[in-house]
Design a protein around this ligand. Structure first.
Ligand SMILES: O=P(O)(O)OC[C@H]1O[C@H](O[C@H]2O[C@H](CO)[C@@H](O)[C@H](O)[C@H]2O)[C@H](O)[C@@H](O)[C@@H]1O
Length: 282
């Protein structure tokens, strides 16, 4: 599918009907430009705005993406990052962006008016998660990186893929012991509280007043966000949703098969957005 955007919004007819899938990137941009003030862009963080690193603490956004997101936010109704990372982490990477909304821990946290707002139903799970992280550090072999995120614990085996089965097994045993949920991802097993909140729910709520939305994702949890856009399209003939996958050797095939379009890398995401800005006509 071509990834080239149209050159200017003057090409976009006003009040045009939503395009049908499959469609080219140029068609999607043209329609989006005609609905700019009614459009929200959602982005996952790891693997989408940030290249994958062995150490999760070392992840940084593609440098050019910061300016591109800010410029996009000035042209559309809303731009948001929806991540499994805590909001505090996202703030550390995107502090300079004043007009980009942040959802952390699959929506259990939201950055609102200068504060992290946490889903109250999740709060009782802070102590068990701290205890679980301690236990993981004690019981899992050294190469397994334990990422404690206050309301979830991620067990990374990127540097020791031969331990994947052992980590999976340990994670499922602990989930059963504590009544937690398991979220699989790219070389990671994540244990989450049994609270109904995922990226699909964030997107379903986030598009209630939107006429058009794009979601960029690379991992299993992002497929729920794609599903939310499809579900909204199914009930609202005026709504247009565009699902963009970012290629990767782990979950790429599955995510790509659920998407309208696949980009090669986080750097390609930044370039794709930068190339589309002129379509918004300023
Ligand atoms: O929703 P996301 O923002 O995509 O978060 C998903 C997970 O991302 C991070 O792990 C992934 O990226 C790491 C750094 O590049 C990489 O080492 C790891 O293998 C990937 O799974 C994050 O550390 C996790 O907590 C998130 O669940």
């Amino acid at each position: 599918m071509p990834e080239t955007p149209p050159e200017s919004s003057s090409e976009a007819p006003l009040n045009n009907a939503r395009p049908s899938h499959p469609l080219s990137a140029a068609e999607a941009w043209q329609f989006t430009a005609s609905r700019a003030k009614d459009t929200t862009f959602f982005f996952d963080f790891d693997g989408v705005l940030s290249p994958v690193t062995d150490d999760p603490d070392a992840s940084q956004p593609v440098p050019s993406v910061l300016g591109v997101l800010e410029q996009l936010a000035a042209r559309v109704a809303r731009v948001a990052i929806v991540s499994a990372r805590p909001v505090s982490f996202l703030r550390s990477r995107f502090q300079s962006l004043e007009h980009v909304d942040l959802y952390g821990l699959y929506g259990l946290e939201v950055w609102h008016d200068g504060d992290v707002v946490t889903e109250p139903a999740a709060l009782p799970w802070v102590p068990p998660m701290a205890e679980l992280a301690e236990r993981a550090r004690a019981e899992l072999p050294e190469p397994i990186l334990v990422e404690y995120k206050r309301l979830s614990v991620a067990l990374h085996y990127r540097t020791a893929p031969q331990l994947a089965a052992q980590v999976e097994r340990w994670g499922h045993e602990q989930a059963e012991r504590l009544g937690l949920r398991v979220q699989g991802g790219r070389m990671v097993v994540e244990l989450k509280p049994p609270v109904d909140q995922d990226k699909g729910m964030v997107i379903s709520e986030g598009v209630l007043n939107a006429g058009c939305a794009w979601y960029f994702g690379d991992d299993m949890s992002d497929i729920k966000a794609f599903d939310a856009l499809r579900a909204r399209e199914a009930v609202d003939p005026d709504f247009f949703g565009m699902c963009v996958a970012v290629a990767n050797p782990e979950t790429g095939a599955e995510v790509s098969s659920a998407a309208d379009l696949t980009l090669e890398s986080p750097e390609a995401v930044a370039g794709f957005l930068a190339g589309a800005l002129p379509a918004f006509g300023r």
